[in-house]
Design a protein around this ligand. Structure first.
Ligand SMILES: Cc1ncc(COP(=O)(O)O)c(C=O)c1O
Length: 458
């Protein structure tokens, strides 16, 4: 049957609209497709002005497939950080000095791994349920708080951070922007109930108690989120004290992730691993993973001024009476370095004080997990950070600088031809108002020059 006049008119109109629309939107569509397509590689036959680099530029190969990975959410960005060789330190010592670039984690430090592992472990044991009124509490000098606050946003928790009031301003700003509640406290000894760790524990308890009778039901507006809970949850208005210093999930994160990554990246070929300790999770987790697999490996603690751990490793006693955290009423550790150094043995650090073998009569039982310790002064840390900028354009925070000083010292002790691995914990961007602030350093009689040699370590 033939089409009627109105049908023909309608058909013509529809055709016209489609024609105009395709003309108008085709360029946009092409643009989108162009954006999605990977950029073409530079020509290989006719190279024009472009010259193929002769160094390893990170171009794709089977080994690089890891770098091309596509991940799910912020948690997928955590870990698998690159290992970087530091040419200036390597050439100055005749060794190969490498660093695990942990500052490239999305929250800017290795604490992302720890925070995620602590939260996931708590979820597995039912202590935390996402998208209820659960709140994460932590006492931290910053990095762990930032990582927890970030993960809290992604997973649907509240976050309350207790932090000493003498830390770099950047940390408070970041925590606030990540929507954490920030409670600043005076830096006091761990035996004082106002110590940041004790306050955080107390706040978690208070939060759970005040809300223990509350029943949480997901609101209708939340019901479109398939991953959100739809059942009434009694008693899950929980306060969860993460407790990074004592929580074994901290050690586990480094034992299960950072240690194996280092082993794979170095193909098991390293002579020394060097790191500082705050909670001790990094040092202990990595040392305990690597040592049984690399028998000749030396593990070296990098310790800032004021910390008692150096003495514990070198002489078997934690502190001199002057440094005892229980007796001092001043800062936790007297140094410009943030994140490492402590005057008590935490459960995570204690993992490297355990015997190497459960059978005390075997020779292995007498071997230490940590072989040596290097004391790093504030002046050395400041100058190393500035040397790394001068020679490498590497802008790192204070604990990374301490690690690099200790890595150089270890290289000098071992002699040329050895391979040393350390950690770059966080970026200098997190320390602009303190460790990277000239006025702050000058007030403490610390140098602000940018050395171009390692003469400051002579
Ligand atoms: C910047 C920074 N570096 C190093 C560390 C030390 O790591 P760990 O606590 O595993 O000893 C910390 C700990 O908070 C830190 O914040």
């Amino acid at each position: 049957m033939g089409a009627s006049v109105p049908q023909l008119t309608l058909g013509l109109l529809v055709g016209l609209v489609i024609g105009i629309a395709s003309q108008a939107f085709l360029p946009l569509f092409q643009q989108r497709v162009r954006k999605r397509r990977p950029r073409p590689l530079p020509p290989t036959d006719d190279q024009g002005d472009w010259e193929a680099p002769t160094f390893d530029s990170g171009g794709s190969s089977a080994e690089d497939d890891d770098n091309l990975r596509v991940v799910e959410g912020i948690a997928g960005l955590i870990g698998n950080t690159p290992m970087v060789r530091i040419p200036s330190l390597s050439e100055a010592t005749g060794c190969d000095i490498y660093a695990k670039a942990e500052f490239l984690n999305p929250g800017g430090s290795p604490k992302d791994r720890v925070a995620l592992t602590m939260v996931e472990t708590a979820e597995q044991t039912g202590k935390l349920i996402p998208h209820t009124e659960c709140c994460l509490f932590e006492g931290t000098v910053g990095s762990t708080g930032i990582s927890l606050a970030m993960i809290a946003r992604a997973k649907g928790y509240r976050c309350h951070i207790v932090i000493p009031d003498d830390q770099a301003q950047e940390k408070y700003a970041l925590l606030t922007r990540l929507n954490a509640t920030v409670e600043k406290v005076r830096p006091v000894s761990i035996v004082n109930s106002n110590h940041f760790v004790n306050v955080a524990r107390c706040r978690a308890r208070e939060y759970s108690q005040t809300a223990s009778s509350v029943t949480i039901t997901s609101s209708p507006s939340e019901s479109h989120h398939s991953h959100r809970t739809h059942v009434a949850l009694r008693g899950h208005h929980q306060g969860y004290f993460a407790d990074q210093f004592e929580n074994p999930a901290n050690f586990a994160a480094h034992f299960n992730q950072t240690g194996p990554e280092i082993y794979r990246q170095m193909r098991g070929q390293l002579d020394a691993f060097v790191a500082g300790a705050g909670t001790g999770g990094t040092l202990a987790g990595i040392a305990r993973y690597l040592k049984p697999r690399i028998p000749q490996l030396k593990v070296v603690l990098a310790d800032p001024t004021g910390s008692g751990l150096f003495h514990r490793i070198k002489h078997g006693v934690l502190y001199t009476p002057l440094e005892a955290e229980g007796t001092r009423r001043r800062h936790q550790v007297d140094t410009v370095v943030e994140g490492i150094g402590i005057n008590r043995i935490t459960r995570n650090f204690a993992k490297v004080l355990e015997p190497r073998s459960s059978n005390a009569s075997t020779p292995a039982a007498a071997l230490p997990w940590v072989d040596d310790a290097v004391h790093v002064t504030d002046e050395q840390a400041v100058l190393m950070a500035r040397y790394l900028v001068s020679t490498e354009g590497l802008f790192v925070g204070s604990s990374s600088a301490v690690n690099c000083v200790a890595a150089v010292r270890t290289a000098q002790q071992l002699g040329p031809g050895h391979t040393i691995v350390t950690v770059l914990c966080d970026s200098g961007q997190r320390h602009l108002t303190k460790f990277w602030n000239d006025e702050y350093l000058q007030a403490l009689n610390l140098p602000t020059s940018f050395p171009d040699s390692l003469a400051f370590l002579d």
